[in-house]
Design a protein around this ligand. Sequence first.
Ligand code: GLP
Length: 265
Amino acid sequence: MMRVEIWPNKTAVGWRAARIVRQQLARYPNSVFAMPTGMTPLEMYRFLVKWHGAGKLDASHARFFNLDEFVGLPRGAPGTYFRYMQERFWGPLALRPDQFDIPRGWADDLEAECRRYDAAIQRCGGLDLALVGLGANGHIGFNEPGTDPRVGTHVVELSPSSRKAQLPWFQGREDRVPNRALTMGIASILSAERVLMLVWGRGKARAVAKALLGAIDPAVPASLLRTHSHFTVLLDREAAAWYLRLRGRMYGGRVLGPHIACRPD
Ligand code: GLP
């Protein structure tokens, strides 16, 4: 079942995502998470760090597996997701090294690293909650359009549009953006007990409409999440614009989406 929540802005989306993480931790302290990077979850991490600092969040029994990482950059180099997580989540929450993992894009044997990563997730009993962002081309993690949805962690060639989207993390220097990445597979994401997708901004509005209303097709990797039995989507108004318009047209103008008031604390 898919549940779509529409929130007023990106702060509200981040707040709601952070609340869901906090609830999961409160109910099941030893939960296993898949964690996203990029612009989308910045506010979510900000709230999680704030609540941790205020003693309102205990992540000391949880495990966090990142969705993806670039290939070819040294561990923790600028632009890596390792660095992103270290600065915004693992470090501020003082997580122990055994509590977090990320595909090692700096490994010599990438195939072996993919197998190591899948095995590490399995050893923890599999994912409880997978959080994902959405690429403007419909990708999740770095599963580009057309990816075989059955595979686990694997090496990907990044599409030109996905590389462009990374420019803000590489001082606008396209030559510095890696060509390849490691990503959890769609199968890994779908194996989670729950999947939560966060999206904000008008730049994602078309991708949202395609993913949520178009055909369920590997050409739009995020559309495959609709096959999951517990899939929640958090959108801000801008990201929801096309979805609401098209859904209204498809269902005779009846738009029933929940509009929830936001009280970020
Ligand atoms: C990036 C990441 C994804 C992310 C998506 C959206 O390339 N590999 O994990 O969810 O694309 O990125 P952003 O949140 O910066 O828009």
